[in-house]
Design a protein around this ligand. Structure first.
Ligand SMILES: [Zn+2]
Length: 147
């Protein structure tokens, strides 16, 4: 077997940061923090991943702009609409919010939405002003689901 370091990549599904187990045959997945309904703590942390299904422990990989992704998703009132897939740009998320009527297009007129994958300051202020009170601080700190 080749010496490959397995890593679990975080993405957002239905208002939860999750990562699929990188073991191809496993098909397990873990979430970050407490699950909204059960309260169970998942095996995805800011630094690592521990699969409850196969027992793999490996590093987790988060997007550099995780806080911005989370802020834009928090503008969406329905938790099931808060999803982000790896490769989806922050501009894509903002455009989806505009299409959903959560941001008036004229508010963004002539605004730079993001620079190098990070929200521009005016758009960040717009996003955080509309964020649910569960969004906490900057950096890799996230509040998941619930209120
Ligand atoms: Zn697994």
């Amino acid at each position: 077997m080749p010496d490959i370091e397995l890593r679990a990549f975080a993405y957002v599904s239905w208002s939860l940061w999750v990562a699929d187990c990188p073991v191809p045959a496993c098909r397990g997945a873990e979430h970050f923090g407490h699950a909204p309904i059960t309260g169970a703590v998942g095996g995805l942390t800011q630094r690592g991943f521990c699969c409850a299904r196969c027992g793999l422990t490996c590093p987790s990989v988060w997007p550099d702009n995780a806080a911005d992704i989370w802020a834009v998703l928090q503008m969406r009132p329905l938790p099931e609409t808060r999803s982000w897939l790896i490769g989806e740009s922050i501009e894509d998320l903002v455009a989806e919010n505009v299409a959903a009527g959560l941001i008036a297009p004229e508010v963004l007129h002539r605004q730079v939405i993001a620079v190098d994958g990070r929200l521009s300051e005016p758009v960040r202020q717009l996003a955080t002003a509309g964020a649910a009170p569960t969004a906490v601080g900057a950096g890799p700190q996230f509040a998941i689901g619930g209120r």
